[in-house]
Design a protein around this ligand. Sequence first.
Ligand SMILES: Cc1ncc(COP(=O)(O)O)c(C=O)c1O
Length: 482
Amino acid sequence: MNDSHGISEWPDTGALYQRFDALVKQPMRPLRRDAMERVMRYFDERCTGSKRMAEAAKRVIPGGVQHNLAFNHPFPIAMSRAEGAHLTDVDGNRYIDFLQAGGPTLLGSNHPAVRAKVHELLDECGPVTGLLHEYEVKLAELVCQHMPAVEMLRLLGSGTEAVMGAVRLARAYTKRKWIIKVGGAYHGWSDQLVYGMRLPGTGRMEATGIPRGSTAFTQECHPNDLDALRRKLLINRLRGGTAAVLVEPLGPESGTRPVHRDYNAQVRRLCDEFGALLIFDEVVTGFRVGMGGAQGYFGVKPDLTVLGKCLAGGYPMAGAIGGRREVMMLLVGGIGTTSRRAFVGGTLSANPLSCVAGYHALTEAHRSNAAAVAGRAGDRLRRGLDAIIQRLGLPYVVYNLGSIVHLQTSGVLLLDTGNPLKLFKARHEAKARKHMMEEMGAAYTAHGLVTLAGSRIYTSLADTDEVIDDALNRFDDVFKLV
Ligand SMILES: Cc1ncc(COP(=O)(O)O)c(C=O)c1O
């Protein structure tokens, strides 16, 4: 075990894939119907304030939530307080926070040291000036110091923007157009990357409103399939070449289908052989897997690194492209420049508020070894969950990559899509399995556990052994309802 890394041990991926296979080949094991009725009563009886707010939200916000991927079963719970490991909703119910706002709050919610620095900055200059600020430089220096493959940094507004910019930069640098991603990975919602999301092989399934031309040079490979990647690189060589291979270094959807331990190194080799840039999307892994991200953990240097989430410590506007100086210089800023460049920017990019928050959050994460502490909390949770699952004889699969814990009960994200026939079957089966995942998510919530859509759990620095053991008792109560 390496104490400075967020991930203490890479799981045995071969064994995991066998368990995934077993999970999706058997009938679902949802909660008993009488138990599910009790779960729903919790929302009706104890969440009346949230329900009222959700109804008001539905009238003015499409679907009543602001993100296509937000959890809203049976309706979104409205939170009024967030502190450390806990959230409190508008009705006064308290939850253990395993959503972590989708990843950025590695220090736990609303960390007082970061908040105090943000207050100071707001008193001095407000959130934005549009001009250079000390914290822009300090944050960029800090990231360059810790991330092995980042020599220069360009701050942007979100992970989506940063991925979009990185792809443009790779195309500008290589003068090629093809982009290869891994099926199932989420890289934000830019036109060219709403492609092969969640389930590998689904291509343009979710590309409503996106012309074919926008995804014409986007391709996907099945997770861990290096032969398929090589074939695509070979074919692309005959028609102009591949600009970049884009990966989430733990595997698509934050390791929902985890990579084999040497996958990233092999992809690096293939990129070198074919002259394509390797882009690591470290929007989730940046600082959560360690101060050096997944690139530090795997010892593999991408050409470009995309950052987000933890970069601003949970404060708004988190996105950045980092990489080798020679490549990064194609993002040269300033209106006076006459250099050839890939155009990126944003009115609020690199605003002092996000930069001061990011700088102090990352400084605190480094000082407290937050990734490792959160990772050990993830280990404890995973061990406990595994023990409960085994004791109750359930087919569920739990594993963790440090502070990213995957809890697969319905297996919807693991359906076999390896060939067109399997993909066709999977798309039919996905609906029922997705509903089970929603029910599990609702049951966790009713037991005081907020998770990411009922299948993922992020732990943080605030998750002490007591918090994790409390959570385990609650999960035990839920699983007894199956
Ligand atoms: C791996 C990855 N890349 C990119 C994004 C998009 O980031 P944002 O939501 O900041 O646009 C996400 C968001 O969840 C992500 O998980």
